[in-house]
Design a protein around this ligand. Structure first.
Ligand code: ARG
Length: 467
């Protein structure tokens, strides 16, 4: 049991208490951030004359050595330590002796862990953003190639109006673009350095918090030492953004599962992204899409878990806050895996365009356009709606569709129908005439696609930051 305290205790910690309290099994993931933060801290301490240059150099060398040795497998993180901070400090003292004992000058584990977690999360925000960008590129490619791939658009999972595959994918482009916007907001809001807050009330050492912040790439230091060690809002915001990403991926997965079903057969998921059944040889299952849909639950769980953990904690640090890590790490990993796999699945998925088009042809997806045709001939919309309703009923009885009726049949229902009705209700016309911004007509879509290209060619999260 290696711990950083014990002076005021008369007994050893009970073994079970020690294990229950320890966090090294999961916070060892913060080793790199812990060392990076410690190096910045001692560089600042030396600049302020709190440590000598020799002491600083010895500590930096020792810390760099620890990181290198762990990376090379020469040093294994000692799971008998209480947490990653204790492990690094104990190992440093072992390596460099007395100077190592000065590392923690003007610092508490409270501001240290607040910093480590921020550094780690900031990196994860960037990684997630990069993965979202990859997904957006695949979506945009598919959009460009399918401006005239007609398919039914749905409401209530009932065929509603014809659209194109480009248009449908365009909806997901908007969602994942908004997700990136959320990450950007989070990045800028969280990018302040809590180090120097001490346990909660700052420190009497003349620390230069601006300097430490700039060494670590932060905008500046946080401005209240109590909040610095008690704040986990940025994690909650990130988990919320991750939950929203999963919600979007899950909706998309659900659609792919439907499209991949025997009944629809709109798409064929690549063999590399499908799985078989142990008993039914004919099966090719959309397991990846199902798992992405399923894993949404655990990411939501992490968000609700942390919200609940934080809700009753008096200021400032309390040990409850150690619970900010395990489920958050799991959520970060889960979303990255899901984004990676989902993007690969989309990239390799094939579309059965004829089936999609055929599906759009039946189900009266052109009924609104037939009503609009009558409006164009002076019939008020409400009346036109009624007339086409009757027409649809007639078609259902005759097991046919509007465009297959003869002109006489049409005119028996309304004398406003002329021979140009057939063109007006053709799939192509129905789609191509919808040219309002955001609509499926290819002219409208092309303009949106141009905007998307400009957006994707624009600055990424950290490039913006460097300005
Ligand atoms: N393992 C702790 C955590 O994750 C580190 C901070 C410990 N601070 C303390 N006052 N016990 O929150």
């Amino acid at each position: 049991m290696a711990q950083l305290w014990g002076g005021r205790f008369t007994k050893e910690t009970d073994r079970m208490v020690y294990d229950f309290n320890a966090s090294i099994s999961f916070d060892k993931r913060l080793l790199h951030q812990d060392i990076e933060g410690s190096i910045a801290h001692v560089v600042m301490l030396a600049k302020q004359g709190i440590l000598t240059i020799e002491e600083k150099d010895a500590i930096v060398k020792g810390l760099t050595g620890i990181e290198r040795d762990v990376e090379d497998g020469k040093l294994v993180v000692d799971l008998s330590c209480e947490d990653v901070h204790s492990f690094v400090e104990a190992n440093l003292i072992e390596r460099i002796g007395e100077a190592g004992k000065k590392l923690h000058t003007g610092r508490s584990r409270n501001d240290q862990v607040a910093l480590d977690m921020r550094l780690y999360t900031r990196e994860q925000v960037i990684v997630t953003d990069t993965l979202l960008k990859e997904l957006l590129k695949v979506i945009l490619d598919t959009m460009e190639q399918n401006l005239e791939t007609y398919m039914p658009g749905f409401t209530h999972l009932q065929k509603a109006q014809p659209i194109t595959l480009a248009h449908h994918y365009g909806a997901y482009f908007e969602m994942f673009k908004r997700d990136r916007g959320r990450l950007k907001d989070i990045f800028y809001r969280m990018n302040y350095c809590p180090l120097g807050a001490g346990a909660l009330a700052g420190t009497t050492y003349p620390l230069d918090r601006n300097y430490t912040a700039s060494l670590l790439g932060f905008e500046g230091p946080t401005l209240n030492s109590i909040d610095s060690v008690a704040d986990r809002d940025y994690l909650i915001e990130f988990l919320s953004a991750l939950s929203t990403i999963m919600m979007h991926l899950s909706r998309f997965s659900e659609e792919i599962i439907i499209w991949n079903s025997n009944e629809y057969q709109f798409v064929e998921i690549d063999d590399a992204y499908s799985t078989g059944s142990s008993i039914m040889p004919q099966k090719k299952n959309p397991d990846i899409a199902e798992l992405v849909r399923g894993k949404t639950g655990r990411v939501y769980g992490a968000l609700v878990s942390l919200l609940t953990t934080m809700k009753g904690i008096p200021l400032a640090y309390n040990k409850d806050m150690q619970e900010d890590k395990e489920m958050t790490f799991d959520a970060m990993d889960t979303v990255q895996d899901c984004l990676n796999l989902f993007t690969g699945m989309l990239r390799t998925m094939r579309f059965h365009k004829e089936r999609m088009e055929k599906s759009a042809m039946n189900g009266f997806t052109n009924a609104t356009d037939a009503a609009d045709y009558l409006v164009g001939r002076g019939v008020p919309f409400r009346d036109a709606h009624g007339i086409i309703g009757k027409l649809v009923l007639y078609c259902i009885e005759k097991e046919t569709s509007i465009e297959r009726l003869s002109l006489e049949e049409l005119q028996a229902i309304s004398d406003k129908f002329g021979p140009d009705i057939y063109d007006a209700v053709s799939l192509k016309t129905c789609v191509e005439k919808r040219l309002t911004t955001g609509g499926p007509g290819s002219k409208a879509m092309k303009q949106v696609i141009e905007q998307h290209k400009t957006y994707l060619a624009g600055k990424d999260l950290t490039e913006d930051h460097e300005e």
